[in-house]
Ligand binder design. Structure first.
Ligand SMILES: NC(=O)c1ccc[n+]([C@@H]2O[C@H](COP(=O)([O-])OP(=O)(O)OC[C@H]3O[C@@H](n4cnc5c(N)ncnc54)[C@H](OP(=O)(O)O)[C@@H]3O)[C@@H](O)[C@H]2O)c1
Length: 341
């Protein structure tokens, strides 16, 4: 099976996460909506020269799956390559079986992002398509990135938390001597925005909100007009002045000092995955309570002489309770990805 690797398409920083270029186009497409309770799924169709013909995503539950939408609007040839971020569904539910619908087309080459852990599909579509002479290959890890909660989705009472931090070479997370609030480079920032797009909410603590005035939105040209808008959550340990609430009406302020209570409120808001961006106190609280499934540390290559150091607790906890599963060079930054051991 021919897998497209590099060079032909516009830069899309998902390539840094080891996605092939073609799959990163399907993945970015998936991030254009949040079809909760369904997972985010994207599809992209390429001709025999790997020229993009069409792309699609699952807009919302009850609407066509990405594959069906793509089939409907495309003239599929047997020399085409179809990239889908998740194994096509095997079962007929509110929409038809995508695997069976794909078999009615001329497609012969399908590349999927992950096997669907939903027991109604779980490998059945791959077997079915292969037994009907379709070439199917798998690029592992794509759905895991797009839908971090997914493998945990049988447990609706538990949230999936992802931690993220931007940090200097000497472990500073806030620079006292500069008005420039970003410590990391543009690729790290772009990936942060894509990470936000994989989550239902982005959360920071009160001090971060007051000091940084963060927008907490998704800033990415492809996703600008998308319907995917994670909640912007500010965790406030005490009661919030009503002037603040009124001024920032598109933010969700959660007033509680209890992590348990915070979690209950996030679940009631329909969240499945929450990206926690800090600051220091919030990260320590989540780390102490073993809440993170994944942690993304974006590190710059320079020291900051004066500022807020993330401290020993963070470093000790990350090295003792997490496994470093990936280390990716992003020009002059390094992204270290950790998962909970
Ligand atoms: N580089 C990065 O990636 C990054 C990301 C985010 C933030 N930051 C930096 O981190 C700094 C803020 O971190 P932070 O640790 O001060 O605050 P924080 O984690 O943003 O917020 C602390 C929250 O915890 C509550 N809290 C309860 N007990 C606390 C205690 N003993 N100490 C502190 N907060 C307590 C506070 O609410 P109440 O006061 O209402 O109880 C507040 O909601 C800022 O300088 C920001 O720029 C850096």
């Amino acid at each position: 099976m021919f897998l497209y690797k590099a060079g032909q398409f516009l830069d899309n920083n998902l390539n840094y996460l080891n996605f092939t270029k073609a799959m990163s186009i399907a993945a970015l497409e998936a991030l254009k909506s949040n079809p909760s309770p369904n997972p985010k799924v994207g599809a992209a169709l390429f001709d025999k020269n790997m020229k993009l013909k069409n792309k699609s995503h699952h807009l919302k539950k009850g609407k066509d799956h990405a594959e069906i939408d793509l089939i409907t609007k495309s003239n599929i040839q047997d020399t085409d390559y179809l990239y889908i971020t998740l194994e096509p569904c095997f079962h007929d539910d509110t929409s038809p079986s995508c695997a069976k619908e794909l078999l009615k087309t001329d497609i012969k080459n399908i590349i999927i992002g992950d096997i669907d852990s939903d027991p109604r599909t779980y490998g059945k579509s791959v077997d079915y398509l292969k037994s009907n002479k379709i070439n199917v290959s798998i690029e592992n890890g794509v759905n895991d990135f797009l839908n971090p909660y997914y493998k945990n989705s049988n447990n609706t009472k538990e949230l999936t938390y992802i931690g993220k931090i931007g940090i200097s070479n000497n472990n500073i997370i806030f620079n006292n001597d500069s008005d420039e609030k970003y410590i990391t480079n543009q690729i790290s920032l772009d990936l942060t925005h894509l990470l936000r797009a994989t989550c239902d909410a982005v959360l920071v603590g009160k001090n971060t909100f007051l000091i940084d005035d963060p927008k907490l939105n998704i800033r990415n040209k492809e996703l600008d007009n998308s319907t995917n808008k994670p909640l912007k959550v500010i965790w406030w340990g005490s009661s919030i002045p009503s002037t603040t609430k009124n001024k920032y009406s598109d933010y969700t302020f959660i007033e509680t000092s209890s992590l348990k209570q915070l979690e209950k409120i996030l679940l009631n808001l329909g969240c499945r995955t929450v990206l926690v961006e800090g600051g220091k106190f919030v990260h320590e609280k989540f780390l102490r309570n073993s809440k993170y499934s994944l942690f993304y540390e974006f590190k710059s290559d320079f020291d900051i002489p004066n500022g807020l150091n993330i401290g020993d607790f963070y470093k000790t906890k990350l090295s003792s309770s997490f496994k470093n599963i990936d280390q990716i060079t992003l020009k002059d930054n390094v992204l270290s990805i950790y998962n909970n051991k």
